[in-house]
Design a protein around this ligand. Structure first.
Ligand code: PAF
Length: 285
């Protein structure tokens, strides 16, 4: 019998965590929207190494989607997700019913400023309010000592760090590196919506990103490098580049050079109907 328990209510979750805490055990949480891949499993592995008990949450959060079509198209694979988590050694898969997260009359929104400006924040109005609100709830419901977030969603990671600092939430946020397929494409639940041909073409995204980061790091002027990277993406089959921007790595302020400290190059682009995001650090060569 597996040690993984499926829990759907706050009540059952609280009872289980209460027993762990009474026994002096530490708790790690990996918040997800399911459709788990190796990237998620690497977060579970890290949580296993650093905490005594690991909760994976699976909740496709309607409040962070901008379109009903995108929400409906989001992959839902709960059975497979459960099976993948058994060998990974997670202890609880928490799949709350929507009213466990948003009970009738729910009227609170958490809105983080600063790092949510621009990038995904500009193209997905309300997205980070939805993320911040649900993450605050999941951290409080799971009473986690540590929570694990991938760097692939870099703006989300900084938003959650700001949220936890500003609201004195007692959870330490642990950033984890992006996992990539062999052609460099960042692992994402959205990749499974790509056709085989689109999946092949999508490898151009990390190539353009790493190439541009290398050139800026070597001292080339940022604007022309970014303009040629945009052209390369469109030539490679991306239908639209929403943004491709150099930002300060700590606060996401727009930057033109690396003089102000470590930078990050962030991109969002459409391959067919699928919106892909990625980012890489940019450092002086
Ligand atoms: O990154 C995600 O999958 C989601 O944004 C998260 C953090 C689980 C909140 O719904």
């Amino acid at each position: 019998m597996s040690g993984l328990r499926l829990i759907r209510t706050r009540r059952d979750l609280r009872a289980e965590i209460g027993a762990w805490k009474a026994a002096g055990l530490t708790v790690g949480v990996v918040p997800t929207m399911g459709a788990l891949h190796e990237g998620h499993l690497s977060l579970v592995e890290r949580a296993r190494a650093e905490t005594d008990r690991v909760i994976v949450t699976l909740f496709v959060n309607p409040r962070q989607f901008n379109s009903a079509a995108d929400l409906a198209a989001y992959p839902r694979t709960e059975g497979e997700d459960f099976e993948r988590l058994v060998p990974a050694g997670a202890h609880i898969l928490y799949v709350p019913d929507p009213e466990e997260v948003y009970p009738p009359g729910f009227a609170t929104t958490i809105s983080v400023g600063g790092v949510t400006q621009g990038l995904c924040g500009a193209f997905r109005p309300g997205h980070f309010d939805g993320v911040a609100t649900v993450v605050a709830k999941l951290l409080l419901q799971s009473q986690a000592d540590r929570a694990y977030f991938g760097e692939k969603d870099y703006q989300q990671l900084l938003t959650v760090q700001r949220l936890v600092a500003d609201l004195d939430l007692p959870t330490r946020i642990v950033p984890c590196p992006t996992l990539r397929d062999s052609d460099g494409l960042a692992m994402s639940s959205r990749n499974r919506r790509l056709s085989p041909q689109e999946r092949d073409l999508a490898g151009a995204l990390p190539r353009a990103l790493f190439d541009a980061a290398g050139r800026i790091g070597a001292g080339e002027a940022t604007s022309p490098v970014l303009a040629s990277a945009r052209e390369a993406l469109l030539a490679a089959g991306f239908s639209r580049v929403e943004y491709l921007e150099l930002r300060n790595a700590a606060d996401l302020a727009p930057v033109e050079t690396l003089e102000g400290g470590p930078a990050r190059l962030l991109v969002a682009a459409f391959m067919g109907e699928v919106r892909l995001i990625d980012n890489v650090p940019v450092t002086m060569a």
